[in-house]
Write a protein that binds this ligand. Structure first.
Ligand SMILES: [Zn+2]
Length: 421
């Protein structure tokens, strides 16, 4: 139990402890570069044991629920008080980093440890959840843990299988939980005051502006499209340039259209991440090209307009080039606006801890998207080196870990639930 935080509980400088804990969690990994910790695996189990031990040391009750979330609770002044729910995910992508997800688990635990050591209790309970599966690496289905809490878990997902043909239900039983109990995890709105998540930025904005922390305004929604351009294949030597119906050059122009359009509007990002050409020979004019388009924005209306405009422009250029075009929507998710009242309280926490109240959008998805079904959502970003994430080179500083913990501490201490009258 002896630790730097116990020696002088009135001071709160958990940076070194946080870095040590993040390092300790990162060791629960499948091996290879970086951290690979997937849902319902041995590594997940080991991480869950360690997180529960930290929660209990912090004066919380802790358990692993039916879907594999680690849930800790620090009671309020009254029994069964509604909770401020704080959390992030324990899982990683393959060969990911030490901080994506884990930051948002270890930091609030250190805050509660401080409250416990200094005899602070609040009119609300504090729940910390280490969500089981946000990245969706093993079963290709994201936000499993937060969906279970929000009551939107699709029980049909239990039948999906991983690469080794193991069904999710069997994986959970081997992990030690009963998947049939997942529906009982759904929280009622009256028991949850808000959801808050601390996460690394996964982008370069804070670093470029020399800031440690920023308040998230929205989690971007996204549309993913698959486009197929069909021209006419032909001999690379004999078909003159003005007679060609080259599918790949049309696709190339389409890719630039995505880039040009999305560069022209603030708040919008667009990416073509995959392309293939057929028949795919050095001496054949491509007759077919298939590529993806990923368009995201915090503002759903902006994104929908962008999808419409970009598809329209690609349609026009394909007509001019006399090639055929089909575009299918393969995925669509609406954005999640962070609650203005939580953004204001988070800004106050930044100002009180000597940080400018910077606001920024999240281009990546987070558990808040699922939690928004039952409660208002707030998020705080921490600067990460080079904006790098989902990579072994993911990095933060001890000073920033310390600063983020102090801001979260202030946010919780001064948290005022929205008065719904
Ligand atoms: Zn994450």
């Amino acid at each position: 139990m002896a630790g730097p935080m116990q020696k002088n509980p009135s001071e709160f400088n958990p940076g070194a402890t946080l870095m040590r804990r993040l390092e300790a969690l990162s060791l629960f990994s499948e091996g290879g570069d970086g951290v690979t910790r997937c849902f319902a695996t041995k590594e997940h189990h080991q991480a869950a044991e360690m997180i529960q031990a930290w929660m209990r040391d912090a004066g919380m009750s802790a358990h692993v629920d039916a879907v594999g979330n680690v849930v800790g609770r620090y009671e309020g002044t009254a029994a069964d008080a509604p909770a401020l729910v704080i959390g992030s995910h324990q899982d990683t992508v393959r060969q990911g980093g030490k901080y994506d997800g884990a930051m948002g688990v270890v930091v609030p635990i250190s805050c509660v440890e401080h409250f416990n050591n200094t005899d602070q209790r609040f009119p609300f309970a504090i729940e910390i959840i280490a969500f089981c599966d946000e990245e969706g690496v093993r079963f290709n289905s994201t936000l499993l843990g937060s969906r279970a809490i929000a009551g939107t878990f699709d029980m049909a997902a239990l039948e999906t299988t991983d690469n080794d043909n193991i069904a999710m239900a069997d994986a959970l039983r081997a992990f030690g939980t009963e998947p049939n109990d997942i529906p009982s995890l759904a929280r009622s709105k009256k028991d949850v005051l808000a959801f808050f998540e601390l996460h690394i930025e996964q982008g370069p904005v804070l670093e470029e502006e020399g800031l440690a922390l920023g308040v998230v305004t929205a989690i971007a929604g996204g549309t993913r499209l698959s486009a197929t351009v069909t021209g006419f294949a032909g001999h690379a030597g004999t078909v003159p340039m003005d007679r060609r119906r080259d599918a790949l050059t049309a696709a190339a122009q389409a890719i630039l259209t995505v880039e040009t359009y999305c560069s022209s509007k603030p708040g919008l990002v667009g990416t073509v991440g995959r392309i293939s050409a057929a028949p795919g020979a050095v001496n054949v004019i491509p007759g077919k090209a298939i590529f993806t388009i990923d368009i995201r924005a915090g503002d759903d209306a902006l994104r929908r307009q962008a999808v419409k405009d970009v598809c329209g422009e690609i349609e026009t250029l394909c007509q001019q080039r006399e090639v055929d075009l089909t575009i299918d929507v393969i995925h669509e998710s609406d954005g999640c606006q962070c609650a203005p009242w939580l953004m204001e309280q988070l800004e106050s926490a930044l100002i009180r801890t000597q940080h400018p109240a910077k606001r920024l959008m999240s281009g990546a998805g987070h558990d808040g998207m699922a939690m928004a079904h039952i409660t208002d959502v707030g998020m705080l970003f921490v600067r990460c080196k080079g904006g790098i994430s989902h990579h072994p080179a993911e990095s933060i500083t001890e000073a920033d870990a310390d600063a983020s913990a102090r801001a979260v501490l202030h946010f919780i201490q001064n948290f005022e639930p929205l008065n719904e009258t």
